[in-house]
Design a protein around this ligand. Structure first.
Ligand code: UDX
Length: 448
């Protein structure tokens, strides 16, 4: 199969490299000259485990090429995937589809022979209809179909997710397009990955429904964690007790500082907007988005409380800045709200992240002191906060940390340590929802 990926960002590059690895002939297109030049030299612009090797080996085998010329490869393609960005629009939070529609117009001009145009970017319900309308208007003569094939890749595990997916969702309106998509994913049929054939609108909505549900699961357990702190229960045990019920499932029940990243915040907002537009408000998702936003800032207040009610003039070490480990992505990371709240309270913030330093410098407010490792970061600090659960923060030399700090206070927002283990080293230790903090003022006891 001849495949073109329009957009060589995160989704385009991972999908393109994996399709090439299946044996397809893949051309990745991008408008940015410098990005394409770097990719041709084998330099990968993003941090994703295993991606460099996959790109290099498939490029060396001649199955994966890079270009800024869209028209040439599209004219020869069987399938053209649109994998351009759909950022949240300023103001209303709706997905900005201008890149998707611009790509559709360019693709339309270049079509030659039957071609399936596939939206891979996460796009609101009805976008496929609009892409079809744009292409039909520009090229009434063209033979084409528009298919929705959403991606469910997690950053840090994207290649594994692509090659061993829980499911593949294909939303198409005709049999010819379905048959072509079956060929594209044939190697995965052999791995017996479930393929869900649906209408185009159903596929578009499935992606949003899945992400909103996962965001809801996280937000639910985060609220349970707050309650656990008040009643002296342990949220990890609650999550385990819930998760062993097959109807609930154990995943995405880790309490923490709130979800971030390039998908959940953006996709929940877009779903809320779509639901409002159609007159069927998604009230649960609206609440989830609001609760999650408030939670990030509340984590800053938790640190302030751990420091005796004020951080004015104090130094706080923040360990982990990216929205999750194994990525350099800072988009909507909880660290942004936490650092801002601490600075607003008058603290000096020292920060370290294993991969996200460059992105953090571009994202966090001014005045943060960036450090080159965890021990330098905690030096002289009045409290240290683990915001992202990178492996190196799970295995800190706690004696060394305590000696370096001005006051041994550790706030573990990812529950990576056992409370007794840290307390035995002389720390004041706070976590999220494991009953290991004193009940808050106003909390009821059983006797009260
Ligand atoms: C997500 C979806 O998982 C993926 O299917 C979709 O295609 C894109 O969005 P990603 O954003 O890469 O992927 O990260 P994910 O691992 O899902 O984590 C999202 C956020 O939720 C992170 O901030 C993470 O720390 C948080 N999270 C996740 C929790 O706080 N608790 C959990 O139990 C799970």
């Amino acid at each position: 199969m001849k495949i073109v990926m329009v957009g060589s960002g995160y989704v385009g590059l991972v999908s393109g490299a994996c399709f090439a690895d299946f044996g397809h002939e893949v051309v990745c297109v991008d408008k940015q000259d410098s990005k394409i030049a770097a990719l041709k030299r084998g330099e990968i612009p993003i941090f994703e485990p295993g991606l460099s090797e996959l790109v290099r080996s498939n490029a060396a085998a001649g199955r994966l090429t890079f270009t800024t010329d869209l028209a040439g490869p599209v004219s020869k393609a069987d399938a053209v995937f649109i994998a351009v960005g759909t950022p949240s629009r300023r103001g209303d939070g709706f997905a900005d589809l201008s890149y998707v529609y611009a790509a559709s117009r360019e693709i339309a001009q270049a079509l030659d022979g039957y071609t399936v145009i596939v939206t891979k970017s996460t796009v609101p319900v009805g976008t496929g209809d609009e892409v079809e309308r744009i292409v039909r208007e520009l090229r009434p003569d063209a033979e084409f179909a528009v298919v929705s094939n959403p991606e469910f890749l997690r950053e840090g595990a994207a290649i594994e997710d692509f090659k061993r997916p829980d499911r593949i969702v294909i939303g198409a309106e005709d049999e010819r397009a379905r048959a072509l998509m079956a060929e594209v994913y044939r190697p995965l049929y052999l791995n017996s990955a479930p393929i869900l054939n649906t209408s185009r609108r159903t596929a578009e909505l499935t992606k949003y429904a899945a992400n909103a549900f996962l965001a809801t699961k996280i937000t639910f357990i985060n609220e349970m964690a707050d309650l656990c702190e008040q009643v002296g229960a342990n949220v990890q045990d609650v999550a385990r007790g819930m998760g062993l019920d097959n109807r609930i499932g154990a995943k995405f029940l880790h309490a923490g500082p709130g979800y971030g990243g390039s998908c959940f915040p953006k996709d929940t907002l877009a779903l809320i907007k779509t639901a409002q537009d159609y007159g069927t408000p998604a009230r649960i998702v609206e609440t989830v988005a609001a609760v999650n936003d408030q939670r990030k800032r509340a984590m800053g207040r938790k640190v302030v409380a751990a420091c005796g009610g004020s951080v004015r003039g104090k130094t706080i070490a923040v360990l982990g800045l990216t929205f999750k480990p194994n990525t350099d992505d800072m988009r909507d990371a909880p660290s942004i709200a936490i650092v801002t709240a601490l600075q607003d309270g008058g603290a000096t913030v020292r920060a370290f992240d294993p991969e996200g330093m460059e992105q953090a410098r571009a994202t966090l407010p001014a005045g943060v002191v960036y450090c080159s490792d965890a021990y330098e970061c905690v030096a002289g600090a009045d409290a240290a906060v683990i915001v992202t659960e990178w492996n190196i923060f799970r295995a800190l030399d706690l004696d060394r940390v305590r000696q370096a700090m001005a006051a041994p206070v550790l706030i573990d927002l990812r529950n990576v340590y056992r409370p007794e283990q840290v307390r035995a080293k002389g720390f004041t230790y706070l976590d999220v929802g494991r009953g290991s903090q004193p009940p808050q003022p106003g909390a009821k006891t059983a006797a009260a």
